[in-house]
Design a protein around this ligand. Structure first.
Ligand SMILES: [Zn+2]
Length: 314
């Protein structure tokens, strides 16, 4: 009887510890469990997602964004009439909207009145804009370099004369006044140079944004031309609009860039596709193509085939 009581106590302790552990790590346990289920029984239960971070510079409210994720869900769900995804505050997938040079470049171009569609005419318009900006930049740069060279020469000569007069124990009134004129002129040269530098700097972002968008178009349109280099920084030239990452830390969808609502829907649907376990499909119109260049807000037949095979739907 006593032995039974001890055994009972230890069994109870183990159960309590187990439940306590499960409760303490309930988010992790829950996620792990959902992960296991989706590995072995894909599409058996809806994949849950929540919005973890939304940078305000995307100019989207959470409510608007949830409307987009709902529509992105529907792209997969409607053709098979099955709930594959579900919004939940304590979700398996965290969606982040990360604002960096990628969306900044899109916004810069919009400000210049340029909206990129993945076609040749977008490339031509943008190339013309880029060439104008770069020409302007180069002309200003040549002038700036000349100003800098002239300033450096004047400064060296001035310093030399000042040193010479100092060695003699000071300049006469006439020479002193002449040196003072040169000193004031040097200050004014510095101001002019700073202004010129500022006006050149203003061109750098638009040029890099245009160059970066051109590089993406080169990739999209498979053009056989050289990639554009960025000025003044080494930003990556061709970028992902989104990514799906699943590892020990959890599962995230990061969204970086979209031009319009269609692209946003498509990039969300694409990453949802990866969440279902789908790979890329070699059809430029497909949601699961590696680039976001179609305009259809519906699955192509090969998207649908891949999803049905993964989800074991007839
Ligand atoms: Zn992908």
């Amino acid at each position: 009887m006593k032995r039974f009581a001890v055994q009972f106590f230890f069994s109870l302790l183990i159960v309590v510890l187990f439940l306590g552990f499960g409760y303490y790590y309930k988010d992790e346990t829950n996620r792990l469990w959902q992960d296991i289920i989706s590995q072995f029984l894909p599409c058996h239960k809806p994949i849950t997602y929540s919005i973890a971070n939304l940078d305000s510079r995307f100019n989207l409210t959470s409510a608007e964004l949830l409307e987009y994720t709902r529509q992105a869900e529907a792209i997969w769900e409607t053709p098979v009439k099955k709930q594959l995804f579900e919004y939940s505050p304590n979700a398996m997938i965290q969606i982040n909207f990360i604002y960096d040079h990628r969306q900044k470049s899109t916004d810069d171009l919009k400000e210049m009145g340029i909206v990129i569609h993945g076609d040749q005419s977008s490339y031509d318009i943008l190339k013309a804009k880029y060439d104008t900006l770069l020409l302007n930049y180069n002309q200003k740069k040549v002038r700036l370099d000349a100003m800098l060279a002239s300033y450096n020469a004047d400064k060296i000569a001035y310093d030399k004369d000042v040193a010479r007069w100092n060695a003699r124990g000071g300049a006469l009134k006439e020479e002193y006044d002449a040196l003072e004129v040169r000193r004031i002129d040097l200050i004014s040269q510095v101001n002019t140079i700073n202004e010129a530098q500022g006006s050149i700097n203003e061109l750098v972002d638009p040029i890099n944004s245009a160059g970066s968008a051109l590089n993406t178009l080169i990739e999209t349109l498979n053009l056989h031309v050289n990639k554009y280099n960025t000025i003044g920084s080494s930003k990556e030239k061709v970028f992902d609009e989104g990514e799906y990452i699943s590892n020990a830390q959890g599962t995230v969808i990061n969204i970086f860039q979209f031009n319009d609502s269609t692209q946003l829907l498509r990039v969300l649907a694409h990453e949802f596709g990866h969440a279902l376990g789908l790979e890329h499909i070699d059809n430029p119109k497909a949601i699961m193509y590696y680039l976001n260049e179609g305009v259809n807000e519906k699955l192509t037949s090969d998207d649908l085939r891949a999803m049905k095979s993964r989800c074991k739907i007839q």
